[in-house]
Design a protein around this ligand. Sequence first.
Ligand SMILES: C[S@@+](CC[C@H](N)C(=O)[O-])C[C@H]1O[C@@H](n2cnc3c(N)ncnc32)[C@H](O)[C@@H]1O
Length: 451
Amino acid sequence: MKKNDPRKMAWEILARVEEGMFSDLALDAALSNASQLEDRDRALLTELVYGVLRYRGRLDFALSHCCSQPLRKVEPAVLRLLRLGCYQILLLDRIPVRAAVHETVELAKRLGLSRATGFVNGILRAVDRRRESIPWPDPRKAPLAHLQHVLSLPKWLAQTWLKEFGAAEALALAEAMLQVAPFTVRVNSLQQGREEFLAALTDAGYQAMATAYAPEGISIEGGGSRRLPGDDRGAYQLQDQASMLIAHLLAPQPGERLLDACAAPGGKTTHLAALADNRAEIMALDISAARLALVEQSALRLGTQGISCRAWDLTAAPDFLKNGSFDGILVDAPCSGLGTLRRNPESRWRRQPADLAVNAERQLAILSRAAPLLRTGGRLVYSLCTFTQEETEGVVQKFLAAYPEFERIDLRLQVPEAWRELFDEQGALRTWPHHHGGMDAFFAVGFRRKA
Ligand SMILES: C[S@@+](CC[C@H](N)C(=O)[O-])C[C@H]1O[C@@H](n2cnc3c(N)ncnc32)[C@H](O)[C@@H]1O
């Protein structure tokens, strides 16, 4: 067994995620401590961690048909091994079943779980033998069970999506949320145009193409494993295409005073600055001082100017800011993040139904503190990387009822023709991975202050 065994590393990272750590942070930390790990093993490690987290519902369904005791009674360390092995058997074509079983049993020994080797061996062999007879629920006859056990959603999410979207849409969305999100970057337009950066990437051997909607977006085939050319000089920023649309909706102008109310880590703050040609004055707030440091780092790296940062919990009134003093406000609020499930696969298991109401309450509180800071005639964009009714329209309706001096803007009237398909009939942005070229699912609504 190799010194840096990707399967053992995956098992350890999955244990940390079960303890509450974010998978991307745990993976990044492990990868940076294992510089000698070959590219192939780095890719396998990433695939195993994200794959097991994404497909946990499907893996557990298969395992429970091959295990004589309920999975909840299996020791967590052993269940983690079973999921890793089962993922390789059912979802990784490139690993022969014999190797998947053998490596998992060997890993059990290395982890001090020798007593479980017979159990692990027996169940994984049964998964392979019985794979054709596992009674996978039919999507037409049993959409709820299919969403849970094939498309790997917890029951409450499967029920909510079925209720909100109907079976066909819920199934398509859940299928899309199991895919690997595209790797996209926003070209730093303060330095160069998209064509120029595309040419540099192509010259360096990347398969890169312009994104369909965001004018400064580039999507890169197989990106992410290495730093792209121009990384040191801030030629680009990692950002999903949907997220790149948000700053455009606020349409920042040179000379304006803007508030980014929930700014960290700064993807949209730096984009706002670039769109205003570095000539806007931007106040970036965030509850987390540690995360605000990332905004400062990004601003430095990308060469954006005019951004000042201040840590503040915007559920309390910011006494250091004058009412009516901003031309534009972005409230990119904390939310359930269900629109970015592909990037944070553990969150499908971590989120609880009660989170939605808690988020909605906090979102309304933040909007309520931001609203008085806008000047008459100014505009406010409220955006989220989620789509639940409670956090989107639910909050919008409560906000409009409490602040009659605000009116809703039909954002379709201010965007390029090609973007209009991304908006609902009320003029709010609603992007979907299964409809719009793999974008994350975002929501954004615009308001104007009338008086
Ligand atoms: C969706 S993220 C913002 C992403 C950011 N706009 C970007 O594009 O990089 C939401 C942010 O809200 C912050 N936040 C949470 N509660 C807050 C509060 N009460 N006041 C201000 N910021 C808050 C979180 O720390 C988090 O950084």
